[in-house]
Design a binder for this molecule. Structure first.
Ligand SMILES: O=C(O)c1ccccc1NCC(=O)[C@H](O)[C@H](O)COP(=O)(O)O
Length: 217
């Protein structure tokens, strides 16, 4: 029996966003707490999204170079299931999250080459999210709607699971899944910009179209 493909919709900001993700069968929803992001939620918004996700989809808190104390306080206030680290955090930081907060770490790895995908296996994480590198000079570490060359995934030979992210859309997700499926560890896809009608504004129709296309692949 093969495991179902995991689908993570990232950058959920409203109850409607969360409902579109859950109703269409996403298993993970992302709340962005990174500073430089148009998708950043405050605690009130985070609670609303979390209330919809709870029991239906895993609540992933996304941080990028936030202080450890902020991550811990956010988890205490919201109740996260997993921490996504999307900045320049080192292995000691990822280990501390797991030890002291007690949540698994999904580690974003910016990838352009097979060698970079291979190097991921030396990083501390429970799972990886292979993503495109941010455009030159951008302070925002992810969520740019840019894809990377999926052939680079051939470099990853590790046993830990990974999600594929970066520039996925309802139009290209099936092709991305077919490419990623050839590589060990692939378990699912992550999207943000590709299901938005404007920067940081999710579109329920695009979320539905993305999930349907991913499931059909
Ligand atoms: O989404 C953001 O605004 C963001 C800000 C800072 C760090 C990471 C961020 N997002 C990371 C994600 O998990 C995205 O889903 C991933 O980069 C894919 O984004 P996209 O190419 O827009 O689908």
């Amino acid at each position: 029996m093969t495991s179902p493909l995991l689908i993570k919709i990232c950058g959920l900001r409203t109850s409607e966003d969360a409902m579109a993700a859950v109703d269409n069968g996403a298993q993970l929803g992302g709340l962005v707490f990174a500073q430089a992001s148009p998708r950043r939620v405050n605690l009130r918004e985070a609670h609303k999204v979390r209330d919809i996700l709870f029991g239906n989809a895993e609540v992933v808190g996304l941080f990028a170079d936030n202080a450890f104390e902020e991550i811990a306080a956010t988890h205490n206030a919201v109740g996260l299931d997993r921490i996504q680290l999307h900045g320049g955090e080192d292995d000691a930081f990822a280990e501390r999250i797991e030890k002291e907060i007690g949540l698994p770490v999904l580690r974003a790895i910016p990838v352009a080459t097979a060698a970079e995908a291979e190097a991921a296996d030396r990083r501390h994480a429970s799972a990886f999210l292979f993503d495109a590198k941010p455009p030159e000079g951008s302070a925002q570490k992810g969520g740019h709607g840019v894809a990377f060359d999926w052939d680079a995934l051939a470099g990853y030979k590790g046993e830990r699971k990974f999600l594929l992210a970066g520039g996925l859309t309802p139009e290209n997700v099936a092709e991305a899944i077919r490419a990623a499926r050839q590589h060990s560890g692939f378990v699912g896809v992550d999207v943000s910009s590709g299901v938005e009608r404007g920067k940081g504004v999710k579109d329920a129709g695009l979320i539905k179209a993305f999930i349907e296309a991913a499931k059909e692949a």
